[in-house]
Ligand binder design. Structure first.
Ligand code: MN
Length: 186
């Protein structure tokens, strides 16, 4: 198989799920931009969820956060690690045709940059990623912690760090529901 074949490489699983003549989602060139991208996409599939994506090299590592991020450091939100997405996906908004991977519509709920506190790949392998986010809605320190006992090690927890951006009382998902990019609601 040729090296640049669309079904091979790190985006193989992403591409294998999609028929690009049916969806407007990006195929992904694998090209790397400047800075480490952070995005949260609000996705109304069978179940509304929030997809957290962090750029690792030339792909976006992705977690589906069923209840969305919370600014309360006491709240741990389940984050299921899903397939890597192309960098271009970070700015994707639109409707996904019905299919195995959910369908529904997507908006860019938050976007910005992220900085890992340690080597990101080693942190991922260890199952504890501490990082800082500079988004429009989410800011400051966060951690992702893998639940090792779970099947396939796909289940992580997303936790806000105690800092000036923490908020025990509000509900940012309710207070700021719309797209950062376009102002659209889902
Ligand atoms: Mn999703």
């Amino acid at each position: 198989m040729a090296k640049n074949d669309l079904s091979s490489g790190r985006l193989g699983r992403y591409r294998a799920k999609r028929q690009f003549d049916r969806t407007s989602e990006p195929k992904g060139s694998g090209a790397s931009g400047d800075g480490a991208l952070y995005v949260v996409q609000k996705h109304s599939a069978r179940q509304l969820h929030y997809d957290l994506r962090l750029q690792f090299g030339n792909v976006l590592k992705s977690w589906a956060v069923s209840k969305g991020p919370s600014l309360n450091p006491k709240v741990r939100r389940l984050a299921v690690h899903v397939e890597e997405h192309p960098i271009e996906y970070a700015r994707f908004e639109g409707t996904i045709p019905k299919g195995e991977y959910g369908g529904g519509s997507v908006l860019v709920w938050d976007i910005g940059t992220w900085v890992p506190m340690d080597d990101p790949t080693a942190s991922f392998d260890k199952g504890i990623i501490k990082f800082r986010v500079a988004g429009e809605k989410l800011k400051g320190g966060w951690s992702l912690v893998r639940l090792k006992d779970e099947e396939d090690d796909k289940v992580w927890l997303l936790i806000k760090e105690r800092d000036i951006y923490a908020d025990r009382d509000g509900d940012i998902l309710h207070d700021k529901p719309i797209s950062f990019l376009t102002g659209r609601a889902i």
